[in-house]
Design a protein around this ligand. Structure first.
Ligand code: HEM
Length: 407
């Protein structure tokens, strides 16, 4: 196929759509290819399912720590800071850190949140239901993950937007609608760290039933996190738990608009919800790719990767690999099996919030099906310009106006 070669690191490439056709072409011709996309050092792009899973699992060959998992090539100072986040650690430090975090992030804590999720979802639908229209992303999809993360961490409700704003500014964004400059980033960093350390002292003296209270006091075996580690975890959760879930909910709503018979299927048979959630995850794949660094010379599907090379594996391509998924471009809520890697391919960093995210998605769609079964798309989806997150910024919808429900 003759066409201009898209630059996979350029945010503008993702402005109108994810280049799924191009990914399919690469899977068929060069599933692991050395690329020279402008804006990045040369890197290996890994497209096939099996190879992505291998890169994800073989942490001794493909390090998360060496140059972090982020796509951009950070300077020394930033690199040193980012390397202290759990997502950018390798075993054994990662194993130790994750064990500590797991003690606090218990399945019970997640389960206990379910009742709150129903209330929060009804509250946010109540705010728009009488209007008969909404920006689905801003008014509906964004609020649930934000509120959940804030509650999980014990951040007071009224501070949740602050937390979101700081983490957005710290991570920055390449989309012109949200662009930030380095001074804004530096201020946000100081503010977030200041806020976090105040919150930790409160949790030390007056612990509640929340994750941060559990974490500041996790030292039964003489192990605990210091303030910087706690602040970085706080930051990681603000980032990891928000944009991902928001874009999953928005992207899945958009998929239902594209495949309306799937909406009707789910509406008629709610027992399909667990499978539908997995298919939403596969089809949308909010985290499109992550980076690793080769720690030795390694051969991958015929490609000879050298020690020190940058390797980027594309979950978004793996999740449409025709060797694994029949008719991969079809959104099919009854698809089974569905071994997608939207939360990772089973490596040590497998998404810590996977079960929480699944619960949020199911609750949100249950309520939408109950309260807005006639929801329709009322304008084009405005996509996020990012090579990393498959996102929608705005999506106008309409639905029959109705009375708020009593809570
Ligand atoms: C649809 C929603 C979500 C998606 C698609 C998603 C995706 C991912 C992916 C791809 C990874 C990296 C896995 C790997 O490299 O093996 C990850 C890690 C992580 N996720 Fe999620 N995530 C979601 C929601 C959440 C939520 C709600 C939370 C927190 C409450 C969360 C917290 C984390 C953390 C802390 C890590 C790092 C784990 C580690 O380094 O060991 N995520 N997520």
């Amino acid at each position: 196929m003759a066409h201009d070669v898209p630059n996979l690191m350029d945010p503008v490439t993702y402005k109108d759509h994810v280049p799924h056709e191009y990914f399919a072409e690469l899977r068929g011709t060069t599933p692991v290819a050395l690329r020279h996309d402008e804006g990045s050092v040369p890197y290996w792009a890994v497209m096939g399912y099996d190879a992505c899973v291998r890169v994800n699992r073989e942490w001794e060959e493909f390090s998360s720590h060496e140059k972090t998992v982020f796509l951009s090539d950070a300077d020394e100072a930033l690199l040193a800071q980012q390397q202290q986040m759990m997502i950018n650690m390798d075993p054994p430090s990662h194993t130790q850190y994750r064990r500590l975090v797991n003690k606090a992030f218990t399945p019970r804590m997640v389960r206990d949140l379910e009742a709150r999720l129903h209330v929060v979802t009804d509250e946010l639908l109540n705010r728009v239901c009488e209007q008969g229209s909404a920006d689905f992303v801003v008014d509906i999809a964004a609020e649930l993950p934000l509120t959940v993360i804030a509650e999980l961490m014990g951040v007071p409700f009224e501070d949740r937007h602050k937390m979101f704003d700081w983490s957005n500014k710290m991570i920055g964004s390449e989309d012109p609608e949200y662009v930030v400059n380095p001074i804004m980033t530096a201020i946000a960093t100081m503010e977030l760290f200041g806020y976090a350390s105040e919150l930790f002292s409160k949790k030390r003296t007056d612990p509640q039933e929340d994750l941060m209270s559990a974490l500041v006091n996790v030292d039964a075996d003489g192990e605990s996190l210091d303030d910087l580690e706690l602040a970085l975890f706080f930051l990681l959760l603000s980032i990891a738990g928000n944009e991902t879930t928001r874009n999953l909910i928005a992207g899945a709503m958009h998929a239902f608009f594209e495949f309306p018979e799937q909406w009707e299927l789910l509406r008629a048979d709610r027992s399909l919800m667990p499978g539908a959630v997995e298919e939403m995850l596969r089809f949308v794949t909010p985290v499109m790719c992550f980076r690793r660094t080769a720690m030795c010379d390694v051969s991958l599907e015929g490609a000879e990767i050298q020690q020190g090379d940058k390797v980027v594996f594309f979950h978004i391509s793996a999740n449409r690999d025709e060797q694994i998924f029949e008719n991969p471009d079809v959104f099919d809520i009854r698809r089974t099996p569905n071994p997608h890697i939207a939360f990772g391919g089973g490596g040590p960093h497998f998404c810590l919030g996977a079960n929480l995210a699944r619960m949020e998605i199911a609750v949100m769609f249950e309520h939408l099906l109950d309260r807005m079964p006639e929801i329709r798309q009322a304008g084009p989806a405005a996509r996020l310009q990012s090579p990393f997150i498959n996102g929608i910024k705005h999506l106008e919808v309409r639905f029959p106006a109705h009375q708020p429900v009593t809570l």
